[in-house]
Write a protein that binds this ligand. Structure first.
Ligand SMILES: Cc1cc2nc3c(=O)[nH]c(=O)nc-3n(C[C@H](O)[C@H](O)[C@H](O)COP(=O)(O)O)c2cc1C
Length: 199
């Protein structure tokens, strides 16, 4: 059976970002799920300008070469985890910009979330779930929230994420949920493609 290709989207790009720490930790959890292959999609590798295309990618592919590269990488994935901070109670602008640059490549795939910061970036994650609806992504319930106390302990170098059992438990249930939905939606997409070929 083909592996489930999961895109781990790193949603901040500033120098010295915290994002790399939870991403490394999450990748270790994915190793316990051999039915998945986890692929890091780092927004630093897709330096897109503020959206300036003539039309939404729902209607026309972008002209920007980095945006095309980004959309092609998204298209290769079966499901996603957004690793995100909260910037002013919302998602980082660079993530919103990247989401505006793709559309069909996200459609009918599941999205899970790992947030970090005050209240575990819950406010940003809730907004991200709404954006997912418009992109026809399926936003999932189970998520990882690294709250302020753990964030500060880890960012200051005093503790490691692996020391928090409740975070490990939430990563496991998030990935289990993601595996189920990724498998279900991939089978549904493939079934639909097969029906179109027969027609
Ligand atoms: C512009 C900006 C706005 C922020 N706003 C919030 C916020 O609303 N809520 C919060 O919990 N943390 C906020 N923070 C603090 C971030 O949680 C913290 O800086 C985190 O490390 C950012 O993620 P990054 O290191 O991957 O960029 C903000 C940080 C920045 C740079």
């Amino acid at each position: 059976m083909q592996e489930l290709r999961i895109g781990i989207i790193i949603s901040t790009t500033r120098e010295g970002r915290f994002a790399d720490t939870p991403t490394r930790w999450l990748l270790q959890h994915f190793e316990m799920f051999p039915e998945t292959s986890a692929n890091v999609l780092d927004l630093r590798d897709f330096p897109m300008p503020f959206f300036e295309e003539q039309a939404s990618p729902a209607y026309a592919p972008p002209n920007c070469a980095d945006a095309r590269k980004w959309a092609a990488r998204v298209a290769e994935m079966d499901g996603f985890v957004f690793v995100t901070a909260e910037y002013n109670r919302s998602i980082p602008g660079v993530l919103k910009n990247a989401l505006d640059y793709a559309y069909h490549e996200f459609n009918r795939k599941p999205a899970a979330f790992l947030g970090y910061g005050g209240v575990g970036a819950a406010r940003a994650v809730e907004q991200l779930r709404l954006i997912c609806v418009e992109l026809q992504l399926t936003p999932l319930r189970n998520a990882v929230h690294i709250g302020m106390e753990q964030y500060l302990a880890v960012a200051s170098g005093n503790r490691g994420l692996e020391e928090f059992d409740f975070l490990a438990a939430s990563a496991t249930s998030m990935i289990q949920d993601l595996v189920w939905w990724t498998r279900a939606l991939r089978a549904a997409r493939q079934g639909e493609a097969g029906r179109h070929e027969q027609a």
